[in-house]
Design a protein around this ligand. Sequence first.
Ligand SMILES: O=C(O)CCC(=O)C(=O)O
Length: 414
Amino acid sequence: MLKLSNANTMPLELEIGIPEASPALEQKVGEAKIETICSKDRDNSHVRSDRRPISDGINCLQIIPDCYIRPPSERPRLTEVVSSDFIPLVDLDNLNGSARHSVIRNIKHACQQYGFFQIVNHGVQETVIKRMLEVAREFFTMPAKYRQHLYSEDPSRVVRLSTSFNIQKEDVFNWRDFLRHHCYPLEDYIDYWPTKPSAYREVASKYCTEVRAMTLRLLDAISESLGLEPDFLNKALGKHGQHMAINYYPRCPNPELTYGLPSHTDPNALTVLLQDQVSGLQVLNNGTWIAVQPITNSYVVNIGDQLQVLSNGIYKSAIHRAIVNSSVSRISIPTFYCPSPDAVIEPASSLINPDNPVRYGKFTYEEYYQKFWSKTLDRKACLDYFAVNDANKSAKDETTCLDFNGFTLQHVTV
Ligand SMILES: O=C(O)CCC(=O)C(=O)O
C-alpha cells in the first residue's frame, strides 16, 4: 500500500494501478500526484526522489495539468497533418533474390528523400512481436509498485523507467512514460532488466535478438545503397550497441495542447520502431507533418544522426514526433541501433568530394550521446554541435534550420 497526500486532499491510502478504481478515486489519486510530478527543482541541483511517471495516477485526470501544456506557437496543430501514403514501403524478402538491386534503390530513395521507410517481411516472427507488445503493455498497466524501483532521471543507467524526455531540463513536460534499457551484448544487461511481468526477460531477449539480426541485414543494404562496401557501416559501429525503449503514451485529456514527444532526430545510427495499432508517429517532410498509420507486423525504420554523419549528410536523420490520443493509450517500441561508446564516428572518406565537402568532425559516440542527453529535445539539433564550421556553412544550415514544432530554429554557430 502506498500513502498519498497533498495540501488539498486528505491522506489517501490505496494501491496504485488497481484497474477497478472508480473515476472519482482515480481523479483524487491524480490530484494528489500532480504536485510532485509538476513541481520542478529550477536549479536542477538534485534529483527529486518522489517524482513519479504519468502512469502512476496522472493519467486519470480529466484535465491536462499546466506543466504539460505547450505555448500556442509550439502546439502540434493536428488539423494540418496529412496521412501516411507518402512513406515508402520496402519488402525485405526481396533483398534475397534477383530484386535486391531494386530494393536497394528504393532504400536509397527513401533515405535521401524522407530519412524514413516502413518494412514488411523483415524476418522477426509475428508471435515474438505479439508477445513483446503484450508484455510492454503489461509493464505499464501492472500496479505501479512493481515498476517504481526502476524510476531514474539518470540517462547513463543501463535500465530505467522515466517520464517525459529529460525532465530535469524541460520547462514543459511530454505526455509519455518510458522504460529504456540496453540490449546488446545481451549477457551484459539481461540481469538488470525488469523481473515483472514474469515473462519480460524471456520475451524481450528473443525480441531484441531477432531485431538485431534484421537490423544487421538492413545496415548491409544501406551501406550498399550509399555505394559503400556492404560491411562498411557494420565496421563503423565498432562493437555495436543496441538500446530499446518501451514508450507508453497514456490517454490524454487534450492532445492538441501537448506532445508524447516533440520533434526530434534520434542520436543513434538506425531506429526500427514497432508500434501497436494506435497511430501517433508523425514524420516531417518538406515542412509537412505526415502521420504514419500503423501496419500490422511492420516496422518503421528511420535514419539517425550517426548515419547522417557517416554518409556525410547524403542521408538525412529524420525529424519525427509522437502525438497523443484522447481515447486510448499507445505503445511504441523503438530499437535504437548504435555504435559502441568508443566507436569513432566520421564521414566515410569516399563520400567526401568537392560537391559534398566534409560536413562533420570526428567524435566518439560516447561524446555524442552525452551531448544529446544534456539538452532538451526540441531546441537546437544535436548534430549542429558536431558540424564543421565556416567552409561548409550552407551545408550545415540545411540541417540546422529545421522546422521544429512549427517554428524555425535559430541557427546557432558552434
Ligand atoms: O512513439 C513513437 O512513435 C516515436 C518514438 C520516438 O520517436 C522515440 O522514442 O524517440
